[in-house]
Design a protein around this ligand. Structure first.
Ligand code: GCU
Length: 352
């Protein structure tokens, strides 16, 4: 393995020495990741509106109400709309909001224990990712055809999904039940990559929860352990997630002007939760943990710590919540489980 690109050195070779330097370096990192990996997102739209319909006054044990909201925003080729499921505790208050980008449209889904979440004092918004655009190489459906797309640097689907989460944030910032200072974005696997990329770009996201995000998510690309997915694997099977340029790095990760600690670091000095499962070798757990360590200088320059925990591989059941990056290793398979959620929720509550 060649040396990793240095997080704290600008592309022109000068060192990142102050908090203000970090503000500039973060912009440079987002530009590098946009150009070389995920593709550039378009500018934010001018107007975002939502039409809400109350579906349940009291759901589950009666502690929350549920709405279905249609969010609409302008694009160069006309308006685009997508639906969101929204749960809010019935007790009057301002709640931190967890936005989950999910694999299925169902509000009561195996990856989202809504009752545990709203009973812990959160509102929840769920976006079904294929309501934005399908997870395949077809760029003629949903949001995709609303913008021109450059073949090398134009946005891939991860960017489209992440951009749409930000449009939901545009809407929820104006809802009176929401504590707009505490917006959390969560996702699992390909959608854990998406959650990180959204949080990297959008500073309104206070916490990112990325579960089992693996290759092109929280895991280093250069440092692969046995059984782990590589850039070559991912661009062959899922080219639609990325911009065209990313293909250059198949079997050539050492040539990348970045590695995935850049993605985590672009969320600094805000909060990041990284969750892994003990059997999930494909996601390369230890490379995720090491990338959390590698991203931490971005917090240190802001007078914070980043990841505070062991440097050896985390053991099953271990959790490191002391800094601004929380890492946990759950027992079991690749899944967004209750134990993952409880770890994330506990961390968030300790930092709010
Ligand atoms: C595949 C892919 C991973 C991805 C996962 C998922 O396994 O190779 O990169 O994270 O799907 O989204 O479930």
């Amino acid at each position: 393995m060649k040396l990793l690109p240095d997080l704290m050195t600008f592309a022109d070779g000068t060192a990142v020495l102050t908090k203000n330097d970090w503000i500039e370096r973060r912009k440079e990192i987002i530009d590098i990741l946009s150009r070389e990996e995920y593709g550039y997102m378009p500018p934010a739209p001018k107007a975002v509106t939502g039409e809400a319909k109350r579906e349940e006054d009291r759901c589950c044990s009666g502690h929350a109400y549920k709405e279905r909201i249609n969010i609409t925003f302008d694009t160069p080729k006309g308006d685009f709309s997508f639906p969101v499921n929204f749960f809010v505790p019935v007790k009057e208050g301002k709640y931190p909001l967890i936005i989950l980008i999910n694999f299925r449209p169902d509000a009561y889904d195996k990856y989202c224990p809504v009752e545990e979440i709203f009973d812990s004092g959160f509102a929840i918004a769920q976006i079904y990712y294929e309501d934005i655009t399908t997870d395949d190489e077809d760029f003629n459906n949903g949001l995709a055809p609303h913008y021109e797309r450059d073949k090398d640097t134009g946005w891939g689907k991860i960017s489209m999904w992440a951009f749409s989460i930000s449009r939901a944030i545009d809407y929820f910032m104006k809802r009176e039940e929401i504590d707009s200072e505490n917006i959390i974005v969560a996702g699992h696997s390909r959608l854990g990559k998406t959650a990180l990329w959204c949080g990297a770009n959008d500073e309104r996201v206070k916490f990112v929860c990325s579960n089992g995000s693996g290759c092109s998510g929280a895991a280093y690309e250069r440092l692969k352990h046995k059984g782990a997915e590589t850039v070559d694997d991912i661009v062959r099977r899922f080219p639609q997630w990325f911009c065209g340029n990313y293909k250059k790095y198949a079997n050539n990760a050492d040539a990348m002007p970045f590695d995935q600690h850049f993605l985590i670091a672009a969320c600094a000095p805000r909060f990041v939760c990284v969750g892994d499962a003990s059997e999930d070798l494909w996601a390369d757990q230890y490379s995720e943990q090491l990338a959390c360590i590698g991203a931490s200088p971005a917090w240190k320059i802001n007078g914070k710590s980043g990841y505070v925990g062991v440097k050896r591989p985390a053991k099953v059941g271990e959790r490191f919540p002391k800094g601004e990056i929380c890492y946990h290793m759950r027992d079991g398979m690749h899944f967004f489980g209750r134990a993952d959620w409880l770890s994330f929720i506990k961390f968030i509550k300790s930092k709010i």
